[in-house]
Design a protein around this ligand. Structure first.
Ligand SMILES: *Cc1c(COP(=O)(O)O)cnc(C)c1O
Length: 270
């Protein structure tokens, strides 16, 4: 839309802004088409633009064009970018994922999270996708206990989270082992300040997106079994990246995390 390009061009040269918005629109169209093909409502699928290594100006351009959700992997880089984007756009981050609040960007933490970084992320990300241990969950909950109440109603702070599952049983990947998922979920549900909304996974990377399908199906089955066990809907499945987003949507993703196909190839890390 020309209007979007005009606003996005406040942050990037016009040709770069147009290319970025076109790529973002193309990804959204792919996700929407995959949803319709699966008989699902495209509005039920959140597209997280994964901005790791990319500059704040690119994020600001997308915020100006109406993109709401952004994903980051590294705590320091993310916090710096959040502040820059807020300065550039005049929109403060929205730190509650559900129910929707405000109109600021919703930042998603999607990288590996060490327990000693818990203090830096609580209350700063709308959704943390990568909780994978009891120790980390406890640290997050403890940290929230020390934070002031949020919003006008003085509600105690709550952090929305997903549990990351090591779906490919890969030694080098983070995520809870599927066998240990029920115990971890029960431990998390006993913590008053964490709100468990679902599961996240990153299958082994293949060139062919179809190769991810069995892993995505497995994550959905794990979610269904867990939801029945704990008696909660656990509505969200965060799965699918640039090369396999459509497959993930076909298998039930509610959140897809796309970097390269929106921002282009990642620059070498600064
Ligand atoms: C980087 C990253 C993505 C995005 O990957 P692309 O292939 O660039 O789309 C998605 N999820 C996680 C967890 C990531 O680290």
């Amino acid at each position: 839309m020309p209007h979007d390009i005009a606003t996005a061009s406040a942050f990037l040269p016009p040709d770069d802004a147009r290319a970025l918005l076109d790529r973002r629109a193309a990804v959204r169209a792919r996700v929407d088409a995959a949803a319709r093909a699966a008989g699902r409502d495209p509005a039920g699928i959140i597209l997280v633009a994964v901005s790791k290594y990319h500059p704040a100006a690119s994020v600001a351009a997308l915020v100006a064009a109406g993109q709401r959700d952004f994903g980051e992997n590294y705590v320091q880089e993310a916090l710096r970018k959040q502040a820059e984007v807020a300065d550039m756009t005049g929109k403060a981050p929205s730190v509650v994922f559900s129910p929707e609040q405000g109109d600021g960007p919703r930042w998603h933490f999607i990288g590996h999270l060490q327990s000693n970084k818990a203090k830096d992320v609580v209350g700063r990300f709308a959704l943390i996708h990568t909780v994978d241990s009891d120790a980390l969950a406890r640290k997050l909950d403890q940290r929230l206990a020390g934070m002031p109440a949020q919003g006008a109603d003085g509600a105690p702070p709550v952090q929305d989270i997903l549990l990351q599952v090591n779906i490919g049983d890969e030694a080098q990947k983070s995520g809870v082992d599927p066998d240990d998922l029920p115990a971890l979920a029960e431990a998390v549900l006993a913590l008053p300040r964490l709100r468990l909304l679902g599961l996240m996974c990153m299958p082994p990377i293949f060139d062919d997106g179809e190769a991810s399908r069995p892993y995505f199906a497995r994550l959905r089955e794990l979610r269904d079994a867990l939801a029945a066990r704990v008696g909660l809907p656990l509505p969200h499945l965060s799965m699918g990246m640039s090369h396999d987003a459509e497959v993930a949507v076909a298998e039930g993703a509610t959140i897809v995390r796309v970097g390269t196909d929106i921002f282009g190839r990642r620059p070498v890390r600064a």
